[in-house]
Design a protein around this ligand. Structure first.
Ligand code: AMP
Length: 120
């Protein structure tokens, strides 16, 4: 585990079932659940089940099967919501400049409406 990983972050608590989430889907290596403060009609968070700080830490240190199953789960949520053709947006905030609030790697999947320009 990355020495900077805070085991008391909110997503670590969700993974330990200490606090509830609205689960959408899961597989052996990843969990998808609704964002508590949705920024679009569809706003799902996809996280690895093991402890990684951000996308860089994940891609540097996770196994190929962890990486594969995380992105597979993103696609499964896209399929479940039938938004592969209309489109969607993936965001992963990292660190201070990315304004990451929760220090456990997560992918935001947004869709269900036209999301406007990426950065206004
Ligand atoms: P970020 O700024 O990329 O770290 O985003 C963190 C996201 O986690 C925000 O969109 C929050 O609304 C969301 N969030 C925080 N706490 C919870 C929770 N308990 N369940 C679901 N989503 C959460």
């Amino acid at each position: 585990m990355n020495k900077n990983y805070d085991e008391n972050n909110i997503f670590a608590k969700i993974l330990r079932l200490e606090i509830p989430c609205h689960k959408i889907l899961e597989n052996d290596h990843a969990l998808a659940f609704s964002d508590i403060n949705p920024q679009s009609v569809i706003h799902v968070l996809v996280i690895p089940k093991k402890a990684y700080l951000n996308l860089y830490d994940f891609t540097e240190n996770a196994s190929i099967s962890e990486i594969e199953l995380l992105w597979k789960l993103v696609n499964d949520v896209i399929k479940l919501n039938k938004i592969s053709e209309k489109g969607f947006r993936i965001i992963s905030n990292s660190g201070d400049d990315g304004n990451q609030d929760v220090p456990h790697f997560h992918v935001h999947l947004l869709g269900g409406k036209n999301l406007g320009r990426m950065i206004n």
